[in-house]
Design a protein around this ligand. Sequence first.
Ligand code: CMC
Length: 504
Amino acid sequence: MPPCKLALKLQVRPTRPGGIFPVSPVGLKQSKNRSESGLLAPVVSAESGDSRVWKCLYRFLTDRGAQAHHEKDKLRMNDKTNEDAVLHLGDQKISLPVYVGTEGEKAIDISSLRKESGFVTLDPGYVNTGSTLSSVCFIDGEEGILRYRGYPIEQLALNSNFVETSYLLIHGDLPNPEQYETFRTNLRFHSMIHEDMRHFYDGFPSSAHPMAILSAMVMGLSTFYTDIEDPENDDNMDLTICRLLSKVRTLAAFSFKKSIGQPFIYPDNSLSYCGNFMHMMFRVPAEPYHVDPEVERALNLLLILHADHEQNCSTSTVRMVGSSLTNLYACISAGISALWGSRHGGANQAVLEQLSMIHENGQDVEAFMEQVKDKESPTRLMGFGHRVYKNYDPRAKIIKEACDRLLDHLGVEDPLLDVARRLEEIALNDNYFIDRNLYPNVDFYSGIMYRAIGIPTNMFTVMFALGRLPGWIAHWLEQRNNPKDRIQRPRQIYTGEQIREYPQ
Ligand code: CMC
């Protein structure tokens, strides 16, 4: 890495707003650093968009013992508190540093535990384990709070669109008008896929699940765009990101057309991001098609609500795969596979199937709920419960209202909505659900909206993937730009056979 000569300003907030300390990141001189300021969780900011400068600054600070967290053009310092956690293991006393995040979340740093004691920690399902420092998304599951880069989800849902929210997640701040225009133009420009990729679809059976096709096709992109990404070259990286965001939308629409035997519809770059997607999904060559602005608005909203959710299963998969330094396309393809399962993004399809099953069989809703609560039965109420939310999922609240609006606008009366409302009403008043803090999650009402828009059930999880894409990218970038990133490689506690002789 070439030496950086740029002078940077170290700004400490929020405890001391406006405190600006000149810092030279390559060790020439340092007039004041974090340990002198004695403050928790300051943020370093500067006018440089050159990620090499940040890497230099990161090294400069961490070499001096600071705990810092580097992003593309920001550097956040996460501070050790004065309190240590003390672990007693027999006669041994081990002090473990305690860290706090910007929202007061506390963590015990066990990174030296094995070295000092020979012990590892055991936490199946990572219920208590923070895998990373991250500044992309904040969730308070007890209070039902979700924020992207500090902005409440309710405000983004009301005022933003999916393109702007994607920029926010990926770049860390809302775009100014010029940045927005450039980003939007790039997304438009890269909407087509290589013509040879179109022929890949001929090889899939028409019964293929669109998630399988999407995962395979995204991996296929890496064979066409071999210039891929170069972490040291921001332009190349931006190009890869825009290609991915734009082309995944085309790949998703083509997989739908394949599944219903209709010809592919090429993108129309005069349309908006969501409008263009609807055009590729619903237009047929023989008929004109007009994008309904209300539906386009609803689609924007759904994608915004799905855009990120910190270290969930698919995002952790993207980070895990990315930690081996494989390319972005491969990581996203893995993320799509992780999302597919019914405990995660696949739940939106499962909810619709469950509601349809109850409705079509004329099943008694109360009896169905008894089955859900029965520990001997494998049935769960799909679209309910969440690892993090122990309160109403804020996304579900927004979707429920939007669902009523959309159905009103389209004049749709969906009997499945009545079934869903009845299930929710029973659950919210039932001790089984109350005791376990089980509330509707993002998937409970989203399927009814997708159905009203005309999206078939087996495409629901593809819609989730389309929405989650900017979040995956933001996390992948955050990790890739962190000079202290290491391969993710958990330990285990072996419980198998002890050594035995191979029979002669
Ligand atoms: N229906 C009935 N009981 C449930 C449900 C449910 N949907 N979810 C959790 N429980 C019970 C579970 O049986 C357990 O009871 P007990 O303590 O008596 O053994 C307790 O609640 C805790 O559940 P858990 O499985 O230990 O919780 P988890 O954090 O490991 O799992 C979950 C979270 C989302 C996988 C789970 O709630 C679930 O399977 N929900 C249905 C599938 C679903 O809607 N998934 C979408 C999640 S939101 C979209 C996303 O981000 O992926």
